[in-house]
Ligand binder design. Structure first.
Ligand code: FAD
Length: 404
């Protein structure tokens, strides 16, 4: 069937950019594509260009470890991610695209009494939000994850918080699914088109300069993840974001072994198995600010050690590849979907290590903000103001970090 790759229909058009649009979205990652799709689908705005400097799926949306979950604790995050998980559960029907969403269950391990208490509270919060959580004891974890090292003395497994509706999806298929669906509604997806400047006159956005010429629009959304501070600076906007590298790893394909997503926060390690059989795992940030889309060796060593201490059998597998992505880190670990000081210029950023699971709700809420010039109910706490005033910070970094 693949012979010659002939006669295939492109999944989306490859249009030339027009000179003006109603809306420009900068960034063709998961969030930018979902924003364009929901602007068209929910708000009837279809004269939209998504401008992508590289190719669709080349950013973090195609570099992440694909974990999808709704296990946040704090008001603000809890309802947002709950909304997102519901959108995931209907995504394939909605987009008419196989994103390989697999609710295989996520287990966060705990290793002390204090951590058990914290996870019990988190589980109660998840249930109050209408999501699912089950507190497992040591034997309960052993039933699901018999391959863990239960004799580990440094971090003995006390139990785990099981979130059955959590799981994974194929990351680049999510980008392709939104791209395909947005294109069908008339959105122009323009690849190889880097935004190099943002035109602002009298405090209002007029359009953008790009490597393919100037394009006008009086509503522009910056949705560029790890490049948020650089692109915002083009409009004179300062954002409370640092860019850091996060790495991940995949092994050769193995027979099905790891049925769930396993998160070992104490050791900065998490693990799942892809449908191709590769064990997919990662850890924490490299911890120096950088725009390089690749990681460094010390974190690689740390991740391998943590993995081996939890699953000694990992030592038998060969690592095939590692890669890195640029994370847009906020001081409190929670995201921003908000207006800027420039009229008509909006931002969706600060996704830290956890923005894949947020793709549908982020697009939904950013589209609402750009169409109505008012925040959506489930994202109304996620403004820039919390960093100016110190009120309403949502310090949930621990949920993002080491848990993805
Ligand atoms: P991107 O795909 O990076 O999209 C931004 C786009 O903007 C890029 O394509 C870029 O080329 C474009 N751009 C930048 N500057 C310009 C410009 N000037 N002009 C035009 N275009 C521009 N999240 C989870 O929920 N679960 C996980 O398991 C998980 N694991 C991760 C593991 C790793 C190793 C990494 C790197 C990330 C992980 N994440 C995870 C985080 C998640 O991938 C990101 O938060 C999310 O993908 C960011 O949003 P995006 O998809 O829109 O970003």
């Amino acid at each position: 069937g693949l012979t010659g790759n002939k006669g295939w229909r492109p999944v989306w058009r490859d249009p030339e950019p027009k000179s003006d649009y109603d809306v420009i979205i900068i960034g063709g990652g998961g969030h930018g594509l979902a924003t364009a799709y929901y602007l068209a689908k929910n708000h009837g705005i279809t004269n939209i260009a998504v401008l992508e400097r590289g190719y669709i799926g080349g950013g973090n949306v195609g570099r992440n470890t694909t974990i999808v979950r709704a296990n946040y604790f704090l008001p603000g995050n809890s309802e947002f991610y709950s909304h997102s998980l519901k959108l995931w559960e209907n995504m394939e029907q909605e987009l008419n695209f196989n994103t390989m969403h697999s609710a295989r269950g996520l287990i966060n391990l705990f290793h002390t009494d204090g951590q058990r208490d914290a996870f019990a509270r988190r589980g109660n919060m998840m249930c109050n939000q209408g999501d699912d959580a089950i507190l497992l004891d040591r034997d309960g974890v052993r039933k699901h994850l018999p391959y863990l090292d239960f004799d580990n003395h440094r971090f003995p497994v006390y139990g785990g918080l099981y979130h059955p509706r959590g799981g994974t999806a194929r990351h680049d298929a999510v980008a392709w699914g939104y791209a395909h669906a947005a294109d069908r509604l008339g959105v122009d997806l323009i690849q190889q088109c880097e935004v190099t400047g943002i035109d602002v006159r009298d405090g209002k956005v007029q359009g953008v300069e790009t490597t393919r010429g100037a394009i006008r629009a009086n509503r522009v959304g910056i949705v560029v993840a790890g490049r948020s501070s650089q692109v915002a600076a083009m409009a004179g906007v300062d954002v409370p974001i640092e860019s850091h590298i996060l790495q991940a790893f995949v092994t050769e394909g193995l027979k099905p072994t790891v049925d769930h997503v396993v998160s070992f926060g104490m050791g900065h390690f998490y693990l799942s198995q892809s449908d191709k059989g590769g064990l997919v795992f990662g850890g924490d940030l490299d911890f120096y600010a950088s725009y390089a889309q690749r990681g460094n060796l010390p974190m690689m060593e740390h991740v391998m050690e943590a993995g081996m201490s939890l699953v000694p059998a990992l030592g038998k597998a060969k690592v095939l590849r590692s890669w890195g992505g640029i994370m847009d880190m906020t001081p409190d670990g929670s995201f921003i979907i908000d207006r800027t000081k420039v009229d008509g210029l909006y931002m969706d950023c600060g996704w830290c290590y956890g923005g894949f699971k947020a793709v549908p709700a982020s697009g939904w809420c950013m589209a609402h903000l750009m169409a109505e010039d008012a925040p959506h109910e489930v994202a109304k706490k996620h403004t820039f103001d919390r960093f100016r005033t110190g009120h309403g910070l949502m310090d949930e970094e621990g949920t993002g970090s080491q848990h993805n």
